[in-house]
Design a protein around this ligand. Structure first.
Ligand code: PGA
Length: 256
């Protein structure tokens, strides 16, 4: 059985003291529980402080983006090696906010996926359709295009260090989550595409998170779907109690 994986995407929120405090509270709340994988992804400036706060515990550190070059004259960019250097295990790539607001294409994301994997990071690759795409019945086409484009040239053995996050754009930060069935259908579709390209073993080992308005009161039912292996949590990850309640839901325990 796949282990559930819950990651907090703090986006462009917190400040130094708040980031340290939130990370400590999450680390303390999880303790040494290894039944679920948990990560937090703070903004770049707080990665080191959060790494310090997580030391010795079971919560892993992730970043929210990286550039595809190792080093060089790329003002403002951060390399995968730098993320490893400050203690990151994960990097989120292809988030819809970056696709939409910063114009990231699948080809650009693909270069970052290659670079991140080569540097030893694990990639949380986000995919998802807009409301307009869903309403015009293009969800599967969009997901397939994003999947193929972002994972072009990736071999099955590298896919062991990739996690997919299905995040319908219309559900992100809106309070309107996908229904458990909508999530399950999209996840099963994505897993089917992975199966067709990489085989059963790789497909059945691949964690697929759901993201988009996951809260303590809807997490359990979403995570109970057979192809939903945890969540990528935005808003609700900014509060230790609600994030930990979602982690408990991933364990099948009561949220309260
Ligand atoms: P949300 O964000 O939980 O606030 O909807 C999820 C995400 O963007 O990863």
């Amino acid at each position: 059985m796949r282990k559930k994986f819950v990651a907090g995407n703090w986006k462009m929120f917190t400040h130094a003291a708040a980031a340290r405090q939130l990370a400590s509270a999450v680390a303390h709340g999880l303790g040494n529980d290894k039944r679920v994988s948990v990560a937090v992804c703070p903004p770049f400036p707080y990665l080191s402080a959060v790494a310090e706060a997580l030391k010795g515990g079971s919560v892993a550190l992730g970043a929210q983006n990286c550039y595809h070059e190792k080093e060089g004259a790329f003002t403002g960019e951060v390399s995968p090696a730098m993320l490893v250097d400050v203690g990151c295990r994960y990097v989120i790539l292809g988030h819809s906010e970056r696709r939409q607001k910063l114009g990231e294409s699948d080809a650009f994301i693909n270069r970052k996926v290659h670079a991140a994997l080569a540097a030893g990071l694990e990639v949380i690759l986000c995919l998802g359709e807009t409301l307009e795409e869903r309403q015009s019945h293009r969800t599967e086409t969009v997901l397939e295009t994003q999947l193929n484009g972002s994972l072009a040239g990736i071999e099955a053995n590298s896919l062991r260090r990739v996690v997919l996050a299905y995040e319908p754009v219309w559900a992100i930060g809106t309070g309107q989550n996908a229904t458990p069935q909508q999530a399950q259908d999209a996840h099963a579709f994505l897993r089917g595409k992975i199966r067709a390209r990489f085989g059963e073993e790789t497909a059945s080992a691949l964690p697929i998170q759901y993201g988009g308005s996951v809260k303590p009161d809807n997490a359990a039912i979403l995570f109970a779907q057979p192809d939903v292996d945890g969540g990528l949590i935005g808003g609700a990850s900014l509060n230790a109690d609600s994030f930990l309640a979602i982690v408990r839901a991933a364990l099948g325990e009561p949220a309260a």
